[in-house]
Write a protein that binds this ligand. Sequence first.
Ligand SMILES: Cc1cc2nc3c(=O)[nH]c(=O)nc-3n(C[C@H](O)[C@H](O)[C@H](O)COP(=O)(O)O)c2cc1C
Length: 157
Amino acid sequence: MSDNKTLSTIFNRTSYRGSFKPDPIPREDLTAILKAGVAAPSGCNRQTASFMAVDDPALILVFTQEIVGVDGHYYHVQDYSAAMENMLLAIKSMGYESCWFEGNLRKYAKEISDFFHIPDPLKLVCLLPVGTPADAVPQRKETDAFKKRAWFNGFGI
Ligand SMILES: Cc1cc2nc3c(=O)[nH]c(=O)nc-3n(C[C@H](O)[C@H](O)[C@H](O)COP(=O)(O)O)c2cc1C
């Protein structure tokens, strides 16, 4: 397991909220991150999440659309969440850092959407900064979360 690159990216990812070096992010790297978002699964394959990269500074804006699935359920929140995790892992695997910004974005979402002329019914829900960290990157701490939250063959086992 230790040489599995996907698993080590998952286990090393943490939310980075520090400063970034001013180095520009190559467009091919941002394109690869966007492709990771587009490649995420989506409920009833409705593909409700969409993405915009902003080159300066490097940011990815994530949009959702409330489209009902063939089964009458809505999966747009799950859809953009799957895309977010794909992109967070892509960002980490490429040597950059990021953080899922959603709560902090809410009060600026309309202003940003208006600035970029985002049409209805797309709703800006999340933002991912992308950059080379200038500060120390938080390390994932060993916790007893696995014992508390994951079991085999029965609750609490
Ligand atoms: C739905 C969602 C919304 C989040 N919104 C914010 C946010 O607005 N600002 C922020 O600093 N972190 C935000 N985070 C990051 C969480 O705070 C972070 O993932 C959590 O504390 C666990 O830390 P880790 O990512 O380092 O494992 C959000 C995460 C999720 C999944």
